[in-house]
Design a protein. Sequence first.
Length: 274
Amino acid sequence: MRRTEIVERGRGPVLVLIPGLQGRWEWMEPAVEALARHFRVVTFTLAGDWGSRRPFDPARGFDTFVEQVADALPRPGSPPAVLCGVSYGGLIALRAAARHASQVSHLVLASALPPDYEPDARYRFYRRAPVLLLPIFVIDSAWRVAPEIRRALPSAGERIRFSVAQALRVLRAPAWPRHMRRRMELLAGESFEADAARIRMPTLVISGEPGLDRTLPVAHTQRYLDFIPEAQYVVLERTGHLGTVTRPTAFAGIVHRFTAQTAARTSAAGGRIA
């Protein structure tokens, strides 16, 4: 019996989508709907937040989230799933893919924190008082993503519609600052290099443009190409860190083409990756 509240959209091959640091799948709803045109999208809220139906287990630590992925993956013996992690969710996807390789056909890492990630000065500032500093965090985040939104959505009408819709999603599914701080602090006791070394399935690394991702430097996500040399890399143009929601159709198209093309090559090679 699944212990996590699972959300499903669409039909086709299964794609498990893991949210970022804020933990709420609702923030990625544009990506969910776009991916659902090609896949049966399975997603969830990270443990500990309202809506996940699963408490965070301090004894399990970071692996609490990995076990949520195991709940969402097809059962052994079923066709394997595409596993896609966004930002912080990339590290969850990485470890889940390493541990449950037989249930994962493809790994997609979108603007993901790298295996050797270390929190920066910005995080160290906000972690001191995450609730009290929340207004400053919101203003700072809006300033950081403003150039990306202007590039991804050229017209004022598009930007207004996106901003209103995303604000409503955030209000409907608010993130908890203390939970976000706890998730970041979990990384201090973890090492993901060994997980990356175990990846054998086709892997796609996606980032925005270097000048537009002002949340996580693109060079950080590109580090996956050092840890997983066979990985493919694609830039989602006119985006930064929010490409999954500012340009969801383009994002979904990239993921769909990657999975279709690698599946075709594997089939042509008689089950081996060509």
